[in-house]
Design a protein around this ligand. Sequence first.
Ligand SMILES: [Zn+2]
Ligand SMILES: [Zn+2]
Length: 179
Amino acid sequence: MLDTRELGRRPGSQRRMSFEAPAPADLGIEVLRVPEGSSIRFELRLEAVMEGVLVTGTAEADLEGECARCLDDIHDHVVADFQELFVYEEREPAGDPDQEDDEASRLEGDLLDLEPLLRDSVVLTLPFQPLCRDDCPGLCTECGARLADDPGHQHDAAVDPRWAKLEGLTQQVGRQQDD
Ligand SMILES: [Zn+2]
Ligand SMILES: [Zn+2]
């Protein structure tokens, strides 16, 4: 919640703010999200207009997720831009008063709830399928090896599922010996 009292309600008055706030839970998408409680950096410009307060700004946050192709961890960050008009509470919506405009964001007294705006803009900014890198080759469809670790990786012939199990075992033994 952001207090707009200092801005006043005279159209044209402006105020810039920058601050940090902890991330709410479940910000982002399932495969890529802002860790709960991590710091979000806001840069905002509040502008009083006739109908309410126009909020323009950016939110910058760290991201954690998994690559959609190779399932590797992704550590990234997001800069989400947004602009939204928060209408003064006591103003009647234009037109039919019975028809509530559910789309409009509203001030609650002098307070402005940034969270829905933050959620929408972050989700819109995130890639649909996050990748560890643009050309991530993903996993081998036959054995599940990470192709990025092994660019020349190939199989001579289709692996018999019974042998694939054995192969997995020898790989594990090999790894243990490496330790
Ligand atoms: Zn990847
Ligand atoms: Zn393979």
